[in-house]
Design a binder for this molecule. Sequence first.
Ligand code: CA
Ligand code: CA
Ligand code: CA
Ligand code: CA
Length: 332
Amino acid sequence: MKSGSVVIKLLVLLMLAASLPHETVSGQAVPGKDENIPFLVTFGKFGETSWGDDDFSSLFFFTIPKDFNRQFYIKVFDPDAGGQNDEIQGLFDSKTMFSVYGGKGVDPDKNIESRGLKNSDNYKQGNLLASRVFGSEPTYDNRYYEFGPFNPTEGDYNEKWRSYIFKIVCEGITGDDGNLYRYFLSSDKNSEIPIEGANAFTYEYTFRMWNDNKSVSHIYPYVDTGIVSIKQRNFDWDDDGVILVVSTYKQGLPVPISGEDNEKVSVIPVETAEIGKSLDFQFHKRQDYVVKNNNVVVSLENQRGDALQFFSSPIGGVPVYKPVITVRKKTK
Ligand SMILES: [Ca+2]
Ligand SMILES: [Ca+2]
Ligand SMILES: [Ca+2]
Ligand SMILES: [Ca+2]
């Protein structure tokens, strides 16, 4: 090959790279694509906490950028508890209620109870925009159900994120089976079309691990200004492998892990270099045997007791450890 054609090929490649869209935040899939988590999980309220859900409810917030002015849908994949994907206990008898909220009272920055971290919190403030109860329903087994369409301005406006905020609450209102499901924020009813700049977050993450000990799952809390330490809590990890915290500064800090139906709490120091970025909590399964159907709960709070948000699409991207290199001057 002549060097001239190599140069042309390089130029074409550079032009192609320049024409690609810039890094777009697409937090439309929950769990997000970097998280490598198969499903969210919520048990019916007569379930045992030893199956991995400590409160039989789950809350997620969606942020819609203010310059997006079209209607959208919040889609739930496999909303039923029955058939494929779900965790049966005896017979399938769980009923799960999904409810979408907008309007004043939803924004968790302005209304702490909206986070629903304490059982006594009234986390159903705002306008109820849509709600539906699912039992075992073949129509929606291994398929999407669509809530909406919604108008962005039906959300609660948050100036910091320049976004309208919506909330979806999932509650196991009866039964004891585990409902496994996922969300997708879509601009289209019949397919999954992401909204540029949108994201999703939660304060208490209850999720299912893969039944594959080669897979690593991730969740990405955002470290806001003023945080100096983080108290982590993990519940019902079933002595599966290790949980590591990775950041630009931390190569892989192990945290104490919980067993069956118990929790482990520890404090993680935060460095200045980690502020304004995401941390990568990595969930590595144990290697000697496969811990099956492992559901786990993780939550974090800062030194003031405020909960941290886990974003489906990590703010600032997935953090990569950068070793500190000390440059030594050559001595003659
Ligand atoms: Ca059952
Ligand atoms: Ca199902
Ligand atoms: Ca399900
Ligand atoms: Ca578990």
